[in-house]
Write a protein that binds this ligand. Structure first.
Ligand code: ZN
Length: 246
């Protein structure tokens, strides 16, 4: 099976379009969407429409999706995040709001093999930033392979025989072979708002036959996305950060 793994799309239509154009010739059995379809960017409906059109997609909700559809109020959000969530709430069509409202909470098991989560498989809102965070999840939960998002940072955590390994992919394409007997927590990075100081849209492809994961980065028109954010009256900081990838 071939999986396209995307996370944290954040209403960035240009980035999602570039990702899909970059894999146009490939056939995927499934698309795994790890949450945060909306928030920050200016094209929430176009992104939700796009995800709804994806065949074979397995989608879970993220914290921004929850606030945008009214499940949560966003009192823990910073000002820019809250402002964009409230703006998104007003912009969403009733159909798209309902789609977000009914998205399942992670973790969700896919094909009896893969776990998908937004924050961590223990807590959908928790950030998995450190080696210790990863270690804790490996201790508490039994899985071989889990894809997660939320931090917007591409990374592989692997564990075998009580040893933890961390690998941060860089460059525009990096293929990694998964080792049998190891357990993995993998973040594909963010499509719509990368934060690893690389502004290119980030995603991953998993091939369960060859047991390989390929991290990829694609260019998109950042000025166009920034122009839309400013025109919508959203905070300037949300436009600025896209250019530096933070
Ligand atoms: Zn996010």
């Amino acid at each position: 099976m071939k999986y396209l793994v995307i996370s944290d799309l954040h209403s960035n239509l240009e980035a999602l379009t570039a990702v899909l154009a970059g894999v146009k010739r490939k056939r995927f059995d499934r698309v795994l969407v790890l949450g945060d379809l909306v928030g920050y960017g200016a094209n929430p409906n176009q992104i939700v429409d796009g995800v709804r059109r994806m065949k074979q997609a397995v989608v879970i909700r993220g914290n921004h999706d929850k606030v945008a559809c009214g499940i949560e109020t966003g009192e823990n959000f910073n000002r820019a995040a809250l402002q964009s969530a409230q703006w998104t709430q007003k912009k969403l069509t009733p159909e798209n709001r309902s789609f977000l409202f009914h998205l399942p909470q992670g973790p969700v098991k896919v094909d009896n093999e893969i776990l998908i989560a937004h924050g961590t498989p223990i807590d959908e809102d928790a950030y998995l930033f450190s080696d210790y965070d990863a270690y804790e999840v490996f201790q508490v939960m039994d899985f071989e392979l889990c894809f997660f998002g939320h931090t917007h940072l591409p990374v592989i955590y692997a564990v075998s025989n009580q040893r933890l390994y961390t690998f941060r992919p860089n460059g525009t394409r990096m293929k990694v072979e998964l080792i049998k007997g190891f357990r993995y927590l993998i973040n594909p990075g963010s499509v719509g708002q990368p934060r690893d100081k690389n502004p290119l849209a980030s995603f991953a492809i998993y091939d369960s036959e060859s047991r390989t994961i390929t991290f990829k980065r694609v260019e998109y028109s950042i000025p166009r996305t920034q122009g839309k954010i400013l025109k919508a009256g959203l905070p300037q900081s949300l436009a600025n950060r896209l250019a530096v990838g933070v």
